[in-house]
Design a protein around this ligand. Structure first.
Ligand code: NAD
Ligand code: AHE
Ligand code: ZN
Ligand code: ZN
Length: 370
């Protein structure tokens, strides 16, 4: 079939909207009509050329929601008409990783997914002249139609609005999951969140859900304060307005440091600040942000010797086919909020404008509705 997509032809260049060919689903695969997709900073990171796994031409996008149009041979868990959320972290329920409760990092298709192809090693997308186009994170939601492995789709209830629940495909689940699944924050905790964008705000609402007492938000952009307070932030710090050392300031503000700190910026200097503003003896710092090729984190080992813990999270530690439908229920039941964070709704033709607004700090989440 033919469909319309935003194609990333090369790193550092705006995407181009074009008709592309899409082959039907092979064994174990599913054709999905994407109804809406969010724009995550990770898409921007890959488009910029900073992603070591970035390869072009590719159809980016990994935060979508849509409807099953066709199932390939052997697909048993989905049927035409099901509503689904694509999963960049699949859940096969049979690999060593899926069988280990300590991780959500299913590895069944990780190698081919990272190479931008389906599990059989080929792409379903091509240009009209036949040139192959790569998939991205196994999802490629910047295309009106896409093909995914069955294990990379969460089936969700049909009354949930696509233009909101697409955000559960990455930002919402990552932020809330970092608190609940990865850090396992206890009631009454003190927390510090660096970066109050599409992920950091969800860390904040996860902290409120978990019953944290003091929730400090840190961002260079004062415009992020109002929204963060709406989601539960109790104290705001703009490092540009702090005289002297930001870590010392945060340790003093929190009476010794955060029980839990989170990096949601992707900046390795901030990651160090987050680790070092965790409480001596027990503070845990969770890296969520994704840093570019060649970037490394560092700290004095003494920071760990004296009891701080440094860890990371992918997709908030969520096992997508199991957890994502539950998070959709939380949204539909009013336990979590999504709508205010979706500050802009765009047409596919406007997708590059969405990334410009992200760079300018003018949006939280932009969502493309097909
Ligand atoms: P975003 O652009 O919406 O938000 C980033 C925020 O960080 C902005 O508010 C910005 O002002 C702030 N910021 C930037 N530099 C800062 C600094 N030095 N100090 C304090 N604040 C600073 O991005 P997002 O969509 O929220 O994504 C955040 C990060 O999380 C990105 O690196 C993204 O790639 C990553 N991410 C990781 C996962 C995962 O599974 N680990 C999932 C989604 C996103
Ligand atoms: N490809 C990059 C790493 C990118 C990365 O860390 N991706 C996160 C999800 S970000 C979603 O917005 C992730 O899930 N990582 C685990 C994995 O297996 O990719 C690189 O550095 O090579
Ligand atoms: Zn993302
Ligand atoms: Zn698995």
């Amino acid at each position: 079939m033919r469909t319309t997509a935003a194609v990333a032809l090369q790193a550092g260049k705006p995407m181009e909207i074009m008709e592309v060919n899409l082959d039907g689903p092979k064994a174990g695969e599913v054709l999905v009509e994407i109804k809406a997709t969010g724009l995550c900073h990770t898409d921007d990171f890959t488009l910029s050329g900073a992603d070591p796994e970035g390869a072009f031409p590719a159809i980016l996008g990994h935060e979508g929601a849509g409807v099953v149009v066709e199932v390939g041979p052997g697909v048993t868990s989905l049927e035409v008409g099901d509503h689904v959320i694509p999963l960049y972290t699949p859940e096969c329920r049979e690999c060593d990783y899926c069988l280990n409760p300590k991780t959500n990092l299913c590895q069944k298709i990780r190698t081919t997914q990272g190479a931008g192809v389906m599990p059989d090693g080929t792409s379903r997308f091509s240009m009209l002249d036949g040139t192959p186009i790569l998939h991205y994170m196994g999802c490629s939601t910047f295309s009106n139609h896409t093909v995914l492995p069955e294990i990379a789709l969460a089936k969700v209830r049909k009354d949930a609005p696509f233009d909101k629940i697409c955000y559960i495909g990455c930002g919402v689940t990552t932020g809330i999951g970092a608190v609940i699944n990865t850090a396992k924050v206890e009631i009454g905790s003190t927390a510090i969140v660096f970066g109050l964008g599409g992920i950091g705000l969800n860390v904040i609402q996860g902290l409120r859900l978990a019953g944290a007492d003091m929730i400090v938000g840190v961002d260079l952009n004062d415009d992020k304060e109002t929204m963060a307070r709406h989601f539960g932030m109790t104290h705001f710090v703009n490092p540009k307005k702090v005289q002297g050392d930001i870590v010392g300031h945060l340790v003093e503000l929190t009476g010794g440091g955060g029980d839990y700190t989170f990096d949601a910026t992707g900046n390795v200097t901030v990651m160090r600040q987050a680790l070092e503003s965790a409480h001596k003896g027990w503070g845990e710092s969770v890296i969520i942000g994704v840093a570019g090729a060649g970037q490394e984190i560092s700290t004095r080992p003494f920071q760990l010797v004296t009891g701080r813990v440094w860890r990371g999270t992918a997709f908030g530690g969520a096992s997508g086919r199991t957890d994502v439908p539950k998070i959709v229920d939380w949204y539909m039941d009013g336990k979590i909020e999504i709508d205010p964070m979706i500050t802009h709704t765009l047409k596919l033709e406007e997708i590059n404008k969405g990334f410009e607004m992200m760079h300018a700090g003018e949006s939280i989440r932009s969502v493309v509705v097909y």
